[in-house]
Design a binder for this molecule. Structure first.
Ligand code: SF4
Length: 347
């Protein structure tokens, strides 16, 4: 490989929802005796899931696989109502690590279905987030893959149509369906700022910014990660060859033949040490240059059920210190990163 420069996208990697979910599951592992159960992959990244498996987490695809009386976490992608109630029926402890931005879409679906709207849901068939969201109002929703268009959507009334979306789509894919729907249904209801989350749009903006300058783009993230694959599609849309890789081992040297400048980014669930390993493997002669489009400071607190549990434990422990009470662990949560949590887990 004779690469001169790596252009490193910023923002990239962990978003606030993934940070929260990883820290929450780390707390579960620390507080409860393993095995801890987790419904679906906590986030869509193989490395992260395997790190938790080694720490005693059992991932299940059906809530009935969770033994009665166990502790269970529900994944960041948002679960269907029957999964949430099924978990509450059988588990002693249930912590729902759904991202608040996915919860917002669930609320929109319930609200518009209750008002009698037919709902276009732009998303990917079979994705965990799509399954959980559609289950909020299955009779009112029609799933539309971005490339399908609106052919399969047939509302009862053209005047009562809503459009919602999976949070991790490509911006241009979402816009294509939205524009077509607005033309066909002039009274279309959509969320004021759309449903694509800040992390999705920021990471795609960084890819758009660096794409014209690079010969090829590498995107670190898992095959199951929708926002990761969207990053590669955004680059290709701008004429830049782009490849998704799980880690440095996935680089095919032929991709880099003749490339002097390589772009690099990571999906919202990919740990940054995997990005650093890719840079080491490429070994750019002139080093790395950051392409920053915005700074992010979003923060999502731990799930309320977990905060309540930790608060009770914390009070008990701190009470033992009397007048010398140390600071509460919850006070420091914002400064505690998912990267630090994973390091503690794998130590
Ligand atoms: S990608 Fe967006 S919606 Fe998904 S967990 Fe991250 S912040 Fe939440």
């Amino acid at each position: 490989m004779a690469v001169e420069t790596v252009l490193l996208a910023e923002p990239r990697g962990f978003c606030a929802g993934v940070e929260m979910a990883i820290k929450a599951l780390t707390w579960m592992v620390r507080v409860f005796e393993p095995p801890i159960y987790c419904y679906h992959d906590i986030v869509h990244n193989r490395w992260v899931v395997e790190a938790f498996e080694r720490a005693g987490v059992v991932f299940v695809e059906d809530i009935s696989e969770v033994p009665e009386g166990a502790a269970v976490m529900l994944s960041a992608h948002g679960s269907a109502p029957d999964v949430v109630s099924g978990a509450a029926d059988r588990a002693a402890i249930v912590v729902d690590a759904v991202c608040p931005l996915v919860t917002k879409v669930h609320h929109e679906v319930r609200r518009m279905a209750d008002k009698g709207f037919d709902i276009i849901y732009i998303g990917h068939e079979g994705h965990d987030e799509a399954i959980g969201t559609i289950a909020e109002a299955p009779d009112a929703i029609t799933l539309v893959e971005p490339e399908w268009g609106l052919d399969r959507f047939d509302p009862a009334s053209d005047g009562k149509v809503a459009l919602v979306a999976q949070t991790t789509l490509g911006v241009y894919e979402w816009e294509g369906v939205r524009d077509a729907a607005q033309t066909r249904y002039p009274d279309l209801w959509t969320a004021r700022r759309g449903d694509l989350c800040y992390a999705t749009t920021n990471r795609q903006a960084a890819v758009r910014a660096l794409s014209p300058e690079v010969d090829v783009l590498l995107v670190v993230g898992s095959e199951t990660s929708s926002n990761t694959k969207a990053l590669a599609r955004v680059a290709r849309e701008h004429g830049t060859p782009a490849y998704r890789i799980d880690s440095a081992d996935g680089i095919d040297p032929t991709w880099l033949e003749g490339a002097t400048t390589v772009g690099l980014t990571a999906g919202a669930s990919a740990p940054d040490h995997l990005v650093e390993e890719v840079i080491d493997a490429i070994g750019p002669a002139d080093g790395v240059r950051l392409v920053n489009v915005t700074d992010e400071d979003e923060y999502f607190p731990l799930p309320p059920e977990l905060r309540k549990m930790l608060s009770v434990l914390d009070d008990l422990v701190r009470a033992g210190f009397g007048a010398d009470r140390p600071a509460s662990v919850l006070d420091d949560d914002r400064a505690f990163s998912a990267t630090a949590a994973l390091q503690a887990l794998t130590r």
